[in-house]
Design a protein around this ligand. Sequence first.
Ligand code: ADP
Ligand code: MG
Length: 216
Amino acid sequence: MVKSGCGFETMSLHPYLFRAIKKKGYTLPTPIQRKVIPVALSGQDMIAVARTGSGKTAAFLIPMIQKLKEHSTVVGARGLVISPTRELAMQTLKFAIELCKFSSLKVCVLVGGEGLKNEFSKLAENPDIIIATPGRLMHFILELNYSLASVEMVVLDESDRLIEMGLMEQVQEILSSTTNPNKQTLCFSATLPEFLTQFAKTGLSHPTLVKLDQEY
Ligand code: ADP
Ligand code: MG
């Protein structure tokens, strides 16, 4: 049964984004998307916790794309997604490209495994959104002086895995180089370990906790 008043059409999304969502075959937002998207669009920092398979990727990509709207010629990425693994980053890239299909936004991935030169040349196109693993992104920051000063929205995807894999030290360093005072930080996770709660107290600004224990 299709409930009225809870679909993507109520979210005032750009027509190109709505069209890309429809093209993906999505008719209704999942429960986590319904909760997260309005909060993310309001500009608040957030921790969103929901089980694997609940649709968290679109829950952060949709508000990120909505906020960035179109390609900017001002130098520097405005959206940043940090993924624990290369495989996850590549999947997120594929999804982001699909959702940006009818827009002028440019997306790029920095994950290693590819030649540095190749990745560096992608940055020359001034991507609006970067999807990266922590190690490779730190390399670009430290060795190549890549600046994250223009980043307006940072997403830590699979935060619990970033913690388990010992990547949070690098993540903290990355966050400290995202110096835009209006930056918004969103943490997504399947579980809520104590470390994440503690991290949110210092690393986020008055975060909203959105937690779904069961969905569908
Ligand atoms: P999570 O990150 O929470 O583990 P994903 O973002 O990987 O979940 O999404 C899980 C699956 O659900 C994917 O196949 C995705 O395409 C699908 N999906 C996401 N949102 C919707 C939606 N609104 N309607 C239908 N399918 C969706
Ligand atoms: Mg996910």
